[in-house]
Design a protein around this ligand. Sequence first.
Ligand SMILES: Nc1ncnc2c1ncn2[C@@H]1O[C@H](COP(=O)(O)OP(=O)(O)OP(=O)(O)O)[C@@H](O)[C@H]1O
Ligand SMILES: [Mg+2]
Length: 265
Amino acid sequence: MSAQAEIQQLDEMSKNQLVMMDSLEKIYPNGTIAVKDATLEVGEGEFLCFVGPSGCGKSTIFNMITGLTEPTDGKLAVLQTNPEEARKHNDIAFVFQEHTLLPWSNLLDNVMLPLKLRRVPKKQCIEEAERVLELVGLKEHMKSLPRQLSGGMKMRVSIARALVSRPKLLLMDEPFGALDEITRQTLQDELLDIWQKDKQMSVLFITHNVFEAVFLSTRVVVMTPRPGKIADIVDVPVAFPRHDEFRTTHEFSELVRTISLGLQH
Ligand SMILES: Nc1ncnc2c1ncn2[C@@H]1O[C@H](COP(=O)(O)OP(=O)(O)OP(=O)(O)O)[C@@H](O)[C@H]1O
Ligand SMILES: [Mg+2]
């Protein structure tokens, strides 16, 4: 992209816009059209879930936002700049389904790793790691090794490690997919609490589970089968904090229905 086009693109972004995609496209070198014509804006403090059939390009969109892969067409700005720059400023963090904890390091060391790599002074690393371990309810386990933890606890550590850099944008790719339903619901509640405490952080969250998407989101992005297009963006106009009763309301089932119908098109 030319420097002038880039400046123009940044001008188009309002101050509290964290992601701006305009007609974004990704065709892999083997000819697979993974994403086509995706247009979306994400503001500060939003919680967006992406739902769509397997292979519709959800992870590819995340990979473009984080600069791991380049779009083949369209415009993309992240945190008022290009994805590579945004990543360098440590304002983006990710959590994946598979935890990527170091097996030989205790929780404290695992969580402070991103800060250590940036040569943050040790005392500050420890303070920040303790802060986020407290946030996910694992401070008293900070000397444990990952293998001593349950699946849900390992996911909490991964979330803590993502939060330790105080990101503005948190990307989560099917983080709770491998957990049992009860643990999953507990983690959904905890994640919403954490997000509510930080009014500026926006979360982008991929899930196959429409119930999970409705419970968590301010908006749900519904994608079509490959080549992935955005079929619909559904508002979830329900205030936070959301309680478990929300899952039993008529409004909840109607939203699930709308999104499920959208997925069938
Ligand atoms: N590096 C790559 N090279 C070629 N094709 C790829 C590459 N990565 C992904 N694809 C293809 O692009 C399409 C979209 O993949 P992507 O991983 O983004 O889908 P997804 O929506 O995240 O799927 P899932 O829900 O199964 O995780 C798929 O057809 C996939 O095979
Ligand atoms: Mg994926």
